[in-house]
Design a binder for this molecule. Structure first.
Ligand code: SAH
Length: 221
C-alpha cells in the first residue's frame, strides 16, 4: 500500500460522501451554489490526520492536534456565505489558519487570501496542503493574528476562526471601505457569530447565531 494521500478519496472519503455533505448543507440553508461547488470539490480529508479521514465528510468539527479543531463544514459554508453576500472579494484576511481548510475554500472564491496562525506546527502542515492542492493565491504568516496583518491590508473581508472576547480594534482598522468582518465573539459557551460592516467609516454589527469556537489566544506557539 502506498502512503500517498488519495485526493480523490475512496470509501468514506469518496465523492459520494462529499455529495451527501453538500446536500446536507443545502438543506441547512446554504444557498450560494459557488460555495457549495467548492466544498464539493475540495478534499477535506486532506486537511485532517489519516486516522480521522473516514469522518472528514461528517458535518462536524474534528481535532487537528495542539488542542485545535478544523471547523464544522456548515460553519465554514455559513461564514463564507456571509462574507460573499456583498459581492466578489479581492483581498480576504483569515485569522486562525488551523488545518488550512477554510483558507483553501476562500482561495477558490476570492482573488487573494492572507492567513495568520499562531501555532507553527499547524501552519507548516496547512502550507504543505496548499502546495499539494496547487493553491497559489494564499499568503501566510506565523504570528499573533489578534493584530491582523496591517502591512497587507486593507481587506475587503476578514474572517476570524477563533473566538475573541471582543472584536479587536486592530482588525476593524484593517477593514476596507465597504468591507465586512465575521467573527465568533464572546467567551466559552457564550459566543455569538457577529458580522461587522464598514460603510463610509460607519461601523455596524449584527449578531447571527450562537456558536462554539476555540478561543483566540495571544502570542505565538
Ligand atoms: N480556520 C481553521 C479553524 C482552526 S481553529 C480551519 O479551517 O481549520 C482556530 C485556529 O485559530 C487554531 O489553529 C488556533 O491556533 C488559531 N488561533 C488562535 N488564536 C490565534 C491568534 N491570536 N492568532 C492566530 N491564530 C490563532
Amino acid at each position: 500500500m502506498s502512503n500517498e494521500l488519495n485526493l480523490d478519496g475512496v470509501g468514506m472519503t469518496s465523492q459520494r460522501t462529499r455529495d451527501r455533505l453538500v446536500r446536507r448543507l443545502r438543506d441547512q440553508g446554504i444557498r450560494d451554489e459557488r460555495i457549495l461547488d467548492v466544498i464539493n470539490s475540495t478534499p477535506r480529508h486532506a486537511f485532517i490526520d489519516e486516522a480521522l479521514a473516514h469522518r472528514a465528510y461528517e458535518d462536524t468539527a474534528l481535532p487537528i492536534g495542539f488542542n485545535q479543531t478544523i471547523s464544522q463544514p456548515y460553519m465554514v459554508a455559513r461564514m463564507t456565505e456571509v462574507l460573499f453576500a456583498g459581492g466578489p472579494l479581492n483581498r480576504v484576511l483569515e485569522i486562525g489558519t488551523g488545518s488550512g481548510y477554510q483558507a483553501a475554500i476562500l482561495a477558490q472564491l476570492a482573488d487573494k487570501v492572507f492567513t495568520v496562525e499562531r501555532i507553527s506546527g499547524l501552519l507548516e502542515k496547512a502550507v504543505s496542503r496548499f502546495k499539494l492542492l496547487g493553491l497559489r493565491n494564499i499568503q501566510y504568516k506565523h504570528a499573533d493574528g489578534g493584530m491582523g496583518w496591517p502591512e497587507r491590508g486593507p481587506y475587503d473581508a476578514i474572517i476570524v476562526t477563533a473566538s475573541p472576547r471582543i472584536i479587536p480594534d486592530e482588525l476593524i482598522a484593517q477593514l476596507a471601505e465597504g468591507g465586512r468582518m465575521i467573527a465568533p465573539v464572546g467567551h466559552g459557551r457564550n459566543q455569538q457569530l457577529t458580522v461587522t460592516t464598514n460603510a463610509m467609516g460607519e461601523l455596524s454589527s449584527e449578531v447571527l447565531e450562537a456558536v462554539k469556537f476555540v478561543p483566540l489566544l495571544a502570542g505565538k506557539a
